[in-house]
Design a protein around this ligand. Structure first.
Ligand code: DHB
Ligand code: FE
Length: 280
């Protein structure tokens, strides 16, 4: 059967992708950001999964205000990097895992979560920047990736509680897949940031670090945090953090092993947070 070995959490700041693509990662501004992922790149090489289930949000690249799925699972055989206004990032295409994705859709929808099934979708920085941070600049990504898009852009957005429970349904789905696969679940986006309005530039280090503590030690309690608290404390785009609860819900019920924890401000307009948790 398939099993979930670990979860990875990371911000997805688009300027990080641009810094890498334009060869600026050694510059003084970016060096401390990339340094926080040195361990992670080595860890991923040594703990290469068969499939990554990658929870992220689309930023009006694949979807628009015309059609906004709350939860969308990518079931295609491949996904191209999206053109976000400067042309697609020069990164490999994303190879999917249609069989596992279809199984997860079947199991999770029968468990009462209404997923949208997506058979064609481009993937933007929400998905490609986490892959770049964890893998660097390879010719091909190290394994198939199932993109799982969450609406955190247009209100109403799903609650942390629903995301956490969805993570548990995804765990059950993966663990009932009849192939011996090592699966990692990644939760991406965040941490605190606000890109617009009078509070643009908002960063809340205290909230972010408390969020990391609670995500590790008591995710069920963290899942009760109402969405308005994310927006108030972590900024309008800080709501991206609810996606981390999907990955955390997919972990087993024992306390996880914390393999890596990193926090850095600033990166563009965003506080960068990063965790690697292993199932024990
Ligand atoms: C930035 C952060 C984001 O999450 C995003 O989607 C776009 C921009 C930023 O920090 O600039
Ligand atoms: Fe974003």
């Amino acid at each position: 059967m398939a099993r979930i070995s670990a979860s990875v959490y990371t911000s997805h700041v688009p300027a990080i992708g641009a810094a890498l693509d334009l060869g600026k990662s050694a510059e003084p501004y970016w060096q401390p950001v990339f340094k926080g992922y040195e361990f992670s790149k080595q860890w991923l090489k040594e703990n290469k999964p068969d499939v990554i289930f990658l929870v992220y949000n689309d930023h009006a690249s694949a979807f628009s205000l015309e059609l906004i799925p709350t939860f969308a699972i990518g079931c295609a055989a491949e996904f191209q990097p999206a053109d976000e206004g400067w042309g697609p990032r020069p990164v490999p295409k994303v190879v999917g895992h249609p069989e596992l994705a279809a199984h997860i859709a079947q199991s999770v929808i029968q468990d009462d979560f209404d997923l949208t099934i997506v058979n064609k979708m481009d993937v933007d920085h929400g998905l490609t920047v986490p892959l770049s941070l964890m893998c660097g600049q390879p010719e091909a990504w190290p394994c198939p990736v199932i993109p799982f898009a969450v609406n955190v852009v247009q209100y109403p957005v799903p609650s942390g509680r629903r995301c956490y429970n969805l993570g548990k349904a995804i765990r059950k789905a993966i663990e009932s897949f009849d192939q011996d696969l090592n699966v990692q679940v990644w939760g991406t986006g965040g941490m605190s940031h606000q890109l617009q309005g009078p509070r643009a530039g908002l960063i809340n280090k205290e909230f972010d670090n408390r969020f990391l503590d609670r995500l590790i030690a008591d995710p069920a309690d963290l899942a009760t945090l109402p969405h308005i608290d994310y927006v108030r404390e972590a900024g309008s785009e800080g709501i991206e953090l609810v996606m981390w609860l999907i990955a955390r819900g997919a972990m087993n019920d024992r306390p996880p092993k914390v393999r890596h924890r990193f926090y850095h401000v600033p990166a563009s307009n965003t506080a960068v947070g990063h965790l690697i948790l292993e199932n024990v």
